[in-house]
Design a binder for this molecule. Structure first.
Ligand SMILES: [Zn+2]
Ligand SMILES: [Zn+2]
Length: 339
């Protein structure tokens, strides 16, 4: 099969021919229909020493084969069934798995980081870690389930209550997804700060109530002009050095900062600035099985429409060049690969 492979950290990906994967007894083999390019892929590809890694963890596909132990009649994982994949391969036995806290699984392997991902024509995944999609959902919905589940988990971690005003730093796929769920969760004002105009417009399309340009205005002042006071909830969805300090600098006293942006390089903060405001900082990572299923339900019931997040669909051959351009500031939100 063809796959876009990371050869060296910081170098462009290369589309090469690799062996077709074979499903283990408890796995399904999927023909990848769509796989999103994630901001965290862009970040980790610069530092991860993993020659030959196939990245990609936001994927859906159709079942083309099942391992010997997979019961294809139930839960309906026969050939041709379209599924969305959790971005983790889990053990299915530990207490975390049995209670749906998939990221906490003692054997969890991150798909596209610790085992081959979806920038490829085929992928194997444990049958327990894929979910059949309802009829009305297509490949675009399927590839968006994973990042939207990250958004739900982030909002749950942030502890938002009805009537809260929230500042979201970053209008990329995660920030915009968080804005969608904040609206669902009863936030009063959802203000997205991003320097790119098209991203601010997209945020307004899907549920933000206001936007700020951090390059042109003071974010705390701009937020207070809309809501009456600086933010007591800040959700960081960028993941580059300096954003944590920015978050506390613009926050009110007693604020909660929830970090969803994946920053893989060292960052400097001035701890005193957090102490002076008695800021709570909490991090959010992945999602639960329930949150993943909730995304599918909410799309299927028509409660949210995430399709505006998709700004392009590209072939596998276009991945190396597009991957490089997405590392620079861009108008794009979610770009899907169609292997
Ligand atoms: Zn992702
Ligand atoms: Zn487990």
């Amino acid at each position: 099969m063809h796959a876009a492979v990371l050869q060296e950290p910081g170098q462009p990906l290369a589309v090469v021919e690799v062996d077709d994967p074979t499903p283990a007894a408890d796995e399904v083999l999927l023909a990848v229909e769509a796989c999103g390019i994630c901001g965290s892929d862009l970040h980790v590809s610069d530092v991860l020493p993993a020659p030959g890694l196939i990245m990609g963890h936001e994927l859906c596909g159709t079942v083309v084969a099942v391992g010997g132990q997979v019961r294809s009649e139930a839960p309906l994982l026969g050939e041709g069934v379209r599924v969305a994949a959790l971005s983790l391969a889990t053990c299915g036995r530990c207490i975390a798995c049995r209670t749906g806290r998939v990221r906490k699984c003692v054997e969890a392997k991150m798909i596209g980081i610790e085992r081959p991902g979806g920038y490829a024509e085929l992928i194997t995944i444990p049958a327990r870690d894929v979910v059949p999609l309802p009829e009305g959902l297509d490949h675009r919905h399927g590839a968006l389930i994973e990042p939207l589940a990250v958004g739900i988990h982030t909002v749950n971690r942030a502890g938002i209550a009805f009537g809260d005003d929230v500042l979201v730093l970053g209008g990329g796929p995660i920030g915009v997804g968080v804005a969608i769920w904040l609206t669902q969760a009863g936030a009063r004002e959802v203000i997205v700060s991003d320097p790119v105009a098209s991203r601010r417009e997209l945020a307004m399309t899907v549920g933000a109530t206001g936007t700020l340009d951090p390059m042109r205005e003071d974010v705390a002042t701009g937020f207070a002009a809309i809501t009456g006071s600086p933010p007591r909830h800040v959700i960081e969805c960028v993941g580059i050095p300096g954003l944590l300090q920015h978050a506390v600098d613009v926050a009110a006293t007693d604020a909660t900062i929830t970090v969803a942006g994946v920053c893989v390089s060292p960052d400097q903060i001035v701890p005193w600035t957090f102490m002076a405001k008695e800021t709570d900082v909490r991090f959010s990572f992945y999602y639960t099985a329930h949150e993943f299923n909730t995304v599918i339900d909410m799309i299927n019931l028509g409660r949210i429409d995430p399709l505006p997040l998709i700004t392009d669909e590209i072939s596998l051959d276009e991945v190396p060049s597009r991957f490089q351009t997405l590392k620079q500031p861009t108008d794009h939100c979610k770009v899907l690969i169609r292997p």
